[in-house]
Design a protein around this ligand. Structure first.
Ligand SMILES: NC(=O)c1ccc[n+]([C@@H]2O[C@H](COP(=O)([O-])OP(=O)(O)OC[C@H]3O[C@@H](n4cnc5c(N)ncnc54)[C@H](O)[C@@H]3O)[C@@H](O)[C@H]2O)c1
Length: 303
């Protein structure tokens, strides 16, 4: 049998703070394939996440399909807006949710992983985070500050993670980020510069694949996922409409589950994908291939 075998590999997944998003589903799939899992969690969400875990509120969702449970080897505080601790303004460093957490920057996480596991201790890095403070504003009404913040947290953070974490990756190591089709087609309502951030993330996937591939031999890919009602997506406000529209108009009218994306992520992180880098892989029930809606007057082939 040709199996996805990640036994003996260690993954770091940035952007896990509950059990409803792609990061959590990817953690489960990688664990199911045998990898050990460390996550990076945004400090403002860290307390709630740790409480849910400690109080056993996530027992069901942590259960793996073939027995056993997802366990987190480490949960690191991570604010991907900052490359170094010095980059964080005093008001953030002094904030009660950050203060006791130590170095929560991207550099801080890289150092902690090295301290905890040694020089070359990672195989898989997943970037599963995004934030656009003005996501509910049309791009036309987005401030410079809001736009740059969306780019900073949702796209530049991936560049910084590839730079900081590449040296820690063992042979065959890979990076993966999560993007959305709003980068290349208009999705009304996906505002605040988030569409621009996803376009940057995808373009960077190609350039980073070349640069980090030549420098460190690592692979860099992205998955363009269909809509999922995660916590982050629900904040955009129109996620249910996006899900229903996509389902009605995609080649496959099945519900897209987080694990569809997670299984593709496990494949891309595995040695089976050794020849794949610089790619943006759609996991969206095929919706990206459509040029015309199925429903409504004048359309053919729908049901
Ligand atoms: N849900 C969708 O419909 C959809 C579709 C395509 C792509 N994506 C992408 O998938 C990825 C994961 O999102 P999700 O929808 O699964 O939601 P999610 O809420 O599970 O994940 C987003 C995470 O980002 C974290 N985060 C926000 N700002 C951060 C910061 N400054 N530093 C560190 N972490 C920060 C949040 O705490 C959260 O854990 C994102 O890149 C998102 O854009 C989502």
């Amino acid at each position: 049998m040709l199996a996805i075998d990640l036994a003996g590999k260690r993954a770091f997944i940035a952007g896990v703070a509950d059990d409803g998003g792609f990061g959590f589903a990817i953690a489960k799939a990688l664990a199911q394939a045998g990898a050990s899992i460390c996550v990076g969690t945004w400090p403002p969400a860290l307390n709630i996440f740790q409480n849910l875990l400690e109080r056993g509120k996530m027992v069901e969702s942590l259960r793996l399909p073939e027995g056993g449970s997802l366990e987190f080897e480490r949960i690191y505080p991570l604010d991907a807006a900052f490359d170094t601790l010095e980059d964080a303004p005093a008001e953030i460093r002094e904030n009660k949710r950050y203060k006791e957490r130590g170095d929560f920057s991207i550099q801080g996480v890289a150092r902690r992983i090295q301290e905890d596991f040694g020089e070359k201790a990672l195989d898989i890095v997943i970037h599963s985070l995004a934030n656009g403070p003005e996501v509910k504003n049309a791009l036309l009404d987005t401030s410079r500050k809001g736009y740059l913040e969306a780019l900073s947290v949702s796209a530049y953070s991936n560049v910084a993670m590839v730079r900081q974490l590449s040296p820690l990756l063992r042979a065959g190591g890979s990076f993966l980020s999560l993007t959305y089709m709003a980068s290349e087609r208009v999705i009304p309502g996906y505002g605040g510069g988030m569409s621009s951030a996803k376009a940057a993330l995808e373009s960077d996937t190609r350039t980073l694949a070349f640069e980090a591939g030549r420098r460190s031999g690592v692979r860099v890919n992205a998955i363009s996922a269909g809509p999922l009602a995660s916590r982050a997506a629900s904040a955009i406000g129109l996620i249910q409409r996006m899900i229903e529209y996509t389902r009605a108009n995609a080649p496959l009218s099945r519900e897209l589950e987080a694990r569809d994306v997670a299984h593709a992520a496990a494949f891309l992180a595995s040695p089976l994908a050794a020849g794949i880098t610089g790619s943006v892989v759609y996991v969206d029930n095929g919706y990206h291939a459509m040029g015309m809606g199925v429903e409504g007057p004048g359309t053919i082939g729908g049901s």
